[in-house]
Design a protein around this ligand. Structure first.
Ligand SMILES: CC(C)(COP(=O)(O)OP(=O)(O)OC[C@H]1O[C@@H](n2cnc3c(N)ncnc32)[C@H](O)[C@@H]1OP(=O)(O)O)[C@@H](O)C(=O)NCCC(=O)NCCS
Length: 143
């Protein structure tokens, strides 16, 4: 069966309300990330991935900066473990490959390390706190 969702690569202004709705639900309300840290002013310069249900509801998102830093990967709780996050990562990694990025990286919440290991990211350095949550840097070489 095909997935009951789609993932598109978009600019911030193409999908700002939908991207914000997912990040508000997941990072601000669920994970208590402070509003001023969530909206860091970098979104306009990122490529964004937006996952929509077959009904057109926003269910997941992610972004990549021009320097290959991937972040803000989020899937609404009721949609987790259905490969939505995988499809978001694949869309961003396809973009990175197409634009000949040599390497991409992510600051992974430590619980999510196995998710990124699934794409062959490797951990680098020590665990650190960001927005009060434990993270570790992970790298993926593309060339
Ligand atoms: C992390 C997150 C994006 C994963 O999204 P998802 O759509 O549930 O992930 P997928 O279904 O594509 O999972 C793919 C694989 O990643 C791994 N994985 C996913 N969620 C995991 C978790 N909570 N713990 C450990 N491994 C996990 C599993 O190996 C999984 O494969 P499986 O389902 O066959 O076991 C999602 O849990 C989320 O939005 N979390 C809250 C926001 C967040 O913490 N984002 C990450 C910031 S670094």
């Amino acid at each position: 069966m095909s997935h009951p969702f789609t993932v598109s690569l978009i600019g911030w202004h193409d999908g700002e309300p939908l991207l914000k709705s997912v990040r508000e639900a997941v990072f601000i309300r669920e994970q208590n990330v402070p509003v001023e840290l969530e909206w860091d002013g970098l979104d306009e310069n990122c490529r964004h991935a937006l996952a929509l249900s077959h009904k057109g509801d926003a269910i997941g998102c992610g972004r990549m900066l021009a320097n290959g830093h991937i972040g803000r990967i989020a899937v609404l709780p009721q949609w987790r473990k259905k490969k939505v996050g995988t499809a978001i990562m694949e869309a961003l990694l396809d973009y990175a490959h197409a634009h000949r990025y040599k390497q991409v990286d992510v600051d992974a919440q430590t619980y999510a390390v196995p998710f990124y290991q699934g794409f062959e990211f490797v951990e680098r350095g020590e665990i650190f706190l960001d927005a009060g949550l434990p993270h570790i840097k992970m790298l993926l070489k593309l060339q």
